[in-house]
Ligand binder design. Sequence first.
Ligand SMILES: O=P(O)(O)OC[C@H]1O[C@H](O[C@H]2O[C@H](CO)[C@@H](O)[C@H](O)[C@H]2O)[C@H](O)[C@@H](O)[C@@H]1O
Length: 253
Amino acid sequence: MTSLETELERFAALPNVLVALDFDGTLSPEVDVPAEARALPEAQQALIRLAAAPGVSVALVSGRALDSLLEVSGAPENVFFVGSHGAEILSPGEDAGLGLSDDEAAVVGVLGGLLRAAIHDVEGVWVEDKPAGFAVHTRLATAADAAIAVERLDAAVAEIDYPLTTRGGKNIIEFAVRDTTKAEGIRYLRAKVDADSVFFAGDDVTDEDAFLVLLPGDISLKVGEGETAANHRVASPVEVAQILHRLADLRTS
Ligand SMILES: O=P(O)(O)OC[C@H]1O[C@H](O[C@H]2O[C@H](CO)[C@@H](O)[C@H](O)[C@H]2O)[C@H](O)[C@@H](O)[C@@H]1O
């Protein structure tokens, strides 16, 4: 396999490129309270450098609700923000809107109560509201309690007569009325900026959807352990930040 350095050099020499990045676990180390997550300062600095470089479009492609991503990312305004696993897209200078249908809004209204009732007495498990559904966090629960929560949640959502999308992730299970994935986000962005090549880095199972729609000549970077379709791997967000700075150096040299 071609080395990452060789691929970065080729990528940086192209006229028009897209650098797309997952947030939690990729730019930010994982923390117990999602609202307290922040991009590493080195990563934030690299985003600013890349977003200022001619012919480079930068995007954050996250499972977070768009508002939450805007709050924690610290990214400059001239980047693309893709939230809710591709359901919310904010392009620089444009408006974003999810626009749930009445049916979708009604399901979200009922779903939250069912999920909360299902896990209310399971220690360390809590429900995060999102625009198109909910994320149930189990990071602070024991493995046994997390398993109880998942069993109860499965039973609760079975009561809903609607084709919900369920997504797993790191200490999280999500239920949504939209079935978008990060693949749609990457496809949209590639076309929007007419990218000659795409770099995408991510750490979680939902990032695999994005890796799977990358094309020959794109660069895929998995962060941390676990099976992946990506071609390259690093151990942590610290190394991601170093790679982004290397890209910025190559692009501006
Ligand atoms: O696609 P991402 O940018 O990786 O977002 C995925 C989810 O991120 C958040 O949860 C994850 O990060 C938290 C903070 O580090 C951590 O506490 C939690 O265990 C992780 O699952 C966010 O809360 C979710 O809404 C996102 O879907």
